[in-house]
Design a protein. Structure first.
Length: 274
């Protein structure tokens, strides 16, 4: 079965966008507990129904830092992945945060919730893209955040749901911020909500397993110009690690080569029906 010296001059890979300058609680160092009352409320609303839908098992959860900034990079094959991964991170006693499209913050209600929960607004285009790495990295370090970044940038195009070719955004941010880049994989989510499906499968109860990997060793790349060669090497290490973790969960050997949408006439953004 197929299964740089001036980082602010670079734009993120397509898995990330420019950090907006719109006011957000993350523009200052966070004070007080990470798990605020709002987060406890969010957990109280989301976790019970998620528990009805599936049982959740985590392997090597101790590899996730209990404090300090880090980037968690998992595989991505279902629209509900962020909720599922957020649940795993919360249960490991960290607050999951994501890079959210700045346009979402313009909605009065949703924007208020996103700001209060400490999500990071990012722009898809415009002048703000040029200093995105520096701003995002500074927010990450100053606020000691746990940020989830999907290196594929969208749902995998691989017909067998293996990780496809990755984007450089997660590696770029990790090198810019000097924080751990931790790979992760989960399996079973596709039985709750299939790729591009908008419907939840509630019964029978499913099982979703997540495995946390060791931080990617980027020590030999640190301090070097963030050129294409450095970012490509770092991203290859990350995607290999994610695929290996997923292979462990599936009991299969991952493909030797990553699925490349461009070689199959597929767009790398937006929806894709196979």
């Amino acid at each position: 079965m197929r299964g740089e010296p001036s980082p602010a001059r670079h734009a993120f890979g397509s898995s990330l966008y420019a950090v907006t300058s719109a006011p957000t609680p993350l523009t200052r160092r966070r004070r007080g507990p990470e798990r605020t009352p709002l987060w406890w409320l969010i957990a109280a609303i989301l976790i019970p129904p998620l528990t009805v839908i599936a049982r959740y098992d985590v392997i090597d959860g101790h590899k996730l830092p209990k404090r300090g900034a880090f980037i968690l990079s998992p595989n991505h094959y279902s629209e509900i992945d962020p909720v599922i991964m957020g649940r795993f991170v919360w249960k490991l006693k960290r607050v999951p945060r994501f890079l959210a499209k700045a346009s979402l913050f313009r909605n009065k209600f949703l924007g208020a919730v996103l700001r209060a929960s400490g999500q990071i607004p990012v722009e898809r285009e415009g002048r703000g893209r040029s200093d995105a790495p520096l701003k995002a990295a500074q927010l990450l370090v100053d606020n000691e955040l746990a940020v989830i970044i999907y290196p594929e940038g969208t749902l995998t195009r691989d017909p067998e749901l293996w990780p496809m070719r990755g984007k450089s955004g997660a590696v770029r941010m990790a090198l810019t911020a000097g924080v751990p880049l931790i790979p992760a994989a989960h399996w079973g989510t596709q039985h709750v909500m299939g790729r591009y499906s908008k419907k939840l499968s509630v019964f029978p109860r499913k099982r979703i397993v997540c495995k946390i990997g060791d931080p990617i060793d980027l020590s030999d790349l640190a301090g070097r110009p963030l050129d294409a060669a450095v970012l490509s090497e770092g991203t290859a290490r990350l995607m290999d690690a994610i695929a290996a973790l997923l292979g462990d969960l599936r009991g299969e050997e991952p493909p030797a080569d990553r699925w490349d949408p461009s070689k199959h006439g597929q767009a790398e953004t937006g929806r894709f029906e196979h």
